[in-house]
Design a protein around this ligand. Sequence first.
Ligand code: XBP
Ligand code: MG
Length: 248
Amino acid sequence: MAVEDPLPRALIWDVDGTLAETEHHGHRVAFNLAFEEAGLPWHWDETIYARLLEVTGGKERLRAWWRSVDPAVADSEEATQRILQLHQRKTAHYLAFLEQGGITLRPGVKRLIDAARAAGIRQAIATTTTPDNLWPLLGHEFAPLGRATFEVIGAGDVVAAKKPAPDIYRWVLERLGLEAAQCLAIEDSAVGAASAVAAGVPVLVTRSHYTVHQAMPPVLAVLDSLDTVTLSDLSAWRLAKTVPYSVP
Ligand code: XBP
Ligand code: MG
């Protein structure tokens, strides 16, 4: 289907790395605190974490790590329980960082959302992160509307197959009642962009701390920040790249 309107009907936002730089001083440090607390000799430095980010979802990331260090135990019931406990503690540490105001929106995000809203463009979220991680960020950074800034929020385990599977984008599209080509996804990573592309949603990439060197799938544009992006830019990119985005 050709893109008919130059402006998208909805923006679908990724969270980690896109709305905010949450991984490096946020999730990664929170995982390491949970490991220390549990007496585990694990530490995810920047190099290890960059590789682990290929696996989306914290629980899934823990399982992938466990398989690499102790494959005989990693898929046991005991490991499953341990992963749930570690993930709960990691979430608590991450929430503490958010409450302390240590994680804020990336440049240009709020301005673009405000401009889009003023132009009647709907806002949604498609993320693999745990919903609890969202509420303090949205409450602080999008006050006074808070989470109501986003009409549809698809997060965490609402779909079984996380990014790069298209499921979370399909879940959000269904609730928006829009077709993929009518929307624009904003992502920071190759796995996130692949998820949107697989659902047929055109993508704008704003690269983040861990994704600057990643090779991206076919997207409208790859930027280092949304700082100077305008609604006219969004229209121009969408019109220039009509052909690859037929609905699968
Ligand atoms: C990024 C992720 C998340 C976070 C951790 O998701 O992979 O898993 O690293 O979140 P996105 P949880 O970029 O799609 O927002 O530990 O809560 O799963
Ligand atoms: Mg991301």
